[in-house]
Design a protein around this ligand. Structure first.
Ligand code: TRP
Length: 411
């Protein structure tokens, strides 16, 4: 096993011999790490850098049908076949998709969750949803109090997605420290500062240097709780470094687990247009709690369009759906029907459909989606009660610690 988890041993042994990798050693003019995304992201180059594989048509066809996959928003992966095999024959299989609770959740954050819900419904996947309040406390200029408020607020949005409590576990790092901390400690033992620096670049605190061991714990949790099984992590590609570190330490620690796989997604474009990521904190965004008027106003004022400067020019030359943010929102998620999507694109290109009209279509679809989400959110009762069926049971905690070879509480 190489010292450096950037070069994944199994999936890419023949392709990636260039030792340059990671956060700061590349010649390319964009940066993608969990803590910094900048420049114009080249998604293909990123796969070379990270050592992940483009999804094949055959793989996409084997997943439950979803526009996020069909249209290749999720476009790459690691060890996808093992997961697909288990899902097809009905063997245990799991997804891990988490949330860093540093603010209100917006549309981009919820897409992997709805994808996970679809997979759960269609193939019975177990879904683990960790909330990394520790990570966000360390990475952001916020008090624990503020992070705690966002954690509770985000939990309501996660519950509103509608996962099956029998097959879903939600953990919060500081609240479930009894199970997470001992396992993370075990994983941290052979995670060297050199590896961390190579993968993430320089970190601001020793807390952040340790955190990858915590996220590695998240990714192994389904297997530690319920036994070895293919685990897939559907995430935006900036989180892939965490997956690589986890795969590396999992192998080093000789735990009864398989390396987790990944399903890697492109970023939802920010409202302001191409080149900017919704991952950045201060960009205008559509929050899950926005009411219809706010959604309409946000899109009408902020959404970048691919239309022409004047009505005459637009009628004559038409719009460009490939850079038009309202269109891209429809394509990512909100217009599931391929034929309808193509009809909209065609009308836009021909100049028949105006940017303002395209915005109104997106507003309507997004408002419908949010309306349903918000209705489910409003029906939730007391947070603690609602969360209870999704928390790890005492037995599950014990199992996880036992499989990880760390003692449960001595008291
Ligand atoms: N680190 C992620 C973020 O900043 C949140 C997260 C924590 C996560 N644990 C995870 C994501 C496990 C996917 C899988 O958004």
């Amino acid at each position: 096993m190489s010292e450096n988890p950037t070069h994944d041993d199994e999936s890419n042994s023949n392709q990636h011999t260039d030792p340059a990798h990671g956060a700061d050693s590349s010649d390319d003019d964009f940066i993608v790490t969990p803590y910094a995304v900048s420049g114009e992201v080249d998604y293909e180059k990123l796969l070379e850098r990270f050592g992940a594989n483009t999804l094949t048509d055959a793989q996409i066809a084997r997943f439950p049908d979803h526009p996020l996959l069909r249209r290749r928003t999720f476009y790459a992966g690691r060890d996808v076949d093992r997961y697909l095999e288990a899902a097809e024959v009905g063997d245990p299989h799991a997804l891990v998709t988490g949330r860093g609770p540093s603010g209100p959740m917006h549309l981009g954050h919820v897409l992997p969750l709805y994808l996970a819900k679809r997979f759960q419904r269609e193939t019975g996947a177990t879904v683990y949803i960790p909330l990394s309040d520790d990570e966000k406390f360390l990475a952001k200029a916020q008090s624990f109090e503020s992070i705690g408020k966002h954690t509770r607020d985000n939990l309501r949005d996660i519950l509103a997605v509608g996962f099956d409590p029998e097959r879903t576990r939600i953990v919060v790092d500081t609240a479930d420290a009894d199970v997470i901390y001992p396992i993370a400690t075990r994983l941290a033992k052979h995670l060297t500062p050199a590896t961390i620096e190579a993968v993430y670049g320089e970190q601001d605190s020793v807390g952040l240097q340790f955190y990858p061991a915590v996220q590695a714990t998240h990714l192994l949790l389904p297997q530690l709780v319920a036994g070895r099984q293919p685990t897939l992590v559907p995430i935006a590609i900036d989180q892939d470094p965490h997956v690589r570190v986890c795969r590396d330490v999992a192998a080093k620690e000789a735990l009864p687990v398989d390396k987790p796989g990944a399903l890697l997604g492109r970023f939802l474009p920010s409202l302001e247009g191409p080149g900017k990521m919704s991952a950045s904190d201060d960009a205008a965004s559509i929050d899950l709690t926005d009411d219809p008027d706010t959604v309409a106003k946000t899109i009408r004022t902020h959404a970048y369009t691919g239309g022409q400067a004047s009505l005459e020019a637009h009628r004559e030359r038409g719009g460009d759906p490939s850079v038009d943010v309202p269109f891209q929102y429809l394509r990512f998620f909100f217009e599931a029907d391929d034929a309808e999507l193509e009809r909209i694109a065609e009308q836009y290109r021909s100049g028949e459909l105006l940017s303002g009209e395209l915005k109104e279509i997106a507003i309507e679809r997004i408002t419908d989606f949010l309306g349903a989400h918000q209705r489910r959110r409003a029906e939730l009762g007391d947070l603690e009660d609602e969360l209870e069926p999704y928390r790890l049971t005492d037995g599950e905690r014990k199992q996880a610690l036992e499989r990880a070879g760390v003692p449960s509480s001595p008291f």
